[in-house]
Design a protein. Structure first.
Length: 285
């Protein structure tokens, strides 16, 4: 998810040459049975919410109401066949959220995504954009009339795995370095960087991923999200790109919540959305 007028800029800026890709070690074994969040048939386990009919109003606090939870959401979120298999299709033309009805903590979530061809205003010329939001909670549409409060694992070309606190009450802590190639706050995750706090609704609204591990357009990508308590690790196609800790909502530890998928201007396909419990986080080196 993108915030403020600065988001009209294209963020698909190549990452600077860091020392080397990070590696993931000590990957935890499942502590229980897997749970599939997408049954491949329908979206009965999910709740949809649509933002404004004109997505360009999203960050302007307009004096009009969002569309909300209506049958119109079936045009934006639905089950389709893609590459011979069932996929969850997100249209992107109207911005909104699809929230799973479960409440989860201490898990490893894996999903695959692929970009479709559709690009819609006001982002039709910008980087393809969507988002995997976790620890989602509270009223639908409370954030910019469009999303629930959450921590975001960004899905945007050039920034896959970036962290964005979604909502003014949400904050996260990580380590980062200054990177002038990025838009403000010019922060990129680095394990040996200084301690920084990103908070929704402030100038420090995000921390960029360490590196760009996305596959070429048209290919399926695999995202792994490891969450334990108020800590998380973001992994893209097997490459760790970010760690966060001290996740908070309203100053209190944020340790559980729902899984939320965004609609934000780009056709996107999702499949194999599977969650399994864990009792430890992998290590990033």
């Amino acid at each position: 998810m993108l915030k403020t007028l600065a988001f009209t800029l294209t963020l698909a800026i190549a990452a600077p040459a860091l020392a080397s890709p990070l590696t993931l070690t000590d990957v935890p074994k499942a502590a229980g049975p897997k749970v599939s969040l997408f049954n491949g048939k329908d979206l009965k386990d999910w709740s949809a919410w649509l933002g404004y009919a004109d997505p360009a109003l999203t960050y302007k606090r307009p004096p009009v109401a969002p569309i909300g939870a209506t049958a119109q959401s079936a045009e934006i979120f639905k089950v389709v066949q893609e590459d011979g298999r069932s996929a969850l299709y997100v249209n992107g033309k109207i911005w909104g959220s699809l929230v799973h009805k479960g409440d989860f903590k201490d898990y490893h979530l894996r999903l695959q995504y692929k970009w479709g061809k559709g690009r819609w205003a006001p982002r039709e010329t910008q980087a393809p954009n969507n988002g995997l939001l976790y620890h989602s909670h509270g009223a639908p549409g409370v954030v910019w009339g469009t999303w629930s409060q959450a921590v975001e694992f960004e899905i945007m070309t050039g920034s896959i795995g970036m962290v964005v606190p979604v909502g003014e009450a949400i904050s996260v802590v990580t380590n980062a370095i200054d990177d002038p190639s990025l838009i403000k706050p010019n922060l990129r995750y680095a394990p040996t960087g200084r301690v920084v706090t990103a908070k929704g609704g402030t100038a420090d609204w995000n921390v960029e991923a360490y590196s760009d591990a996305e596959k070429p357009a048209g290919e399926w990508n695999t995202l792994d999200l490891y969450v334990l308590g108020d800590r998380a690790v973001h992994v893209v196609n097997g490459v760790p790109v970010l760690e966060v800790r001290d996740l908070k909502a309203g100053g209190q530890p944020l340790t559980h919540g729902a899984i939320q998928l965004q609609s934000e201007g780009t056709e996107t396909f999702f499949r194999e959305i599977v969650l399994e419990p864990i009792t430890a986080l992998p290590k990033v080196k």
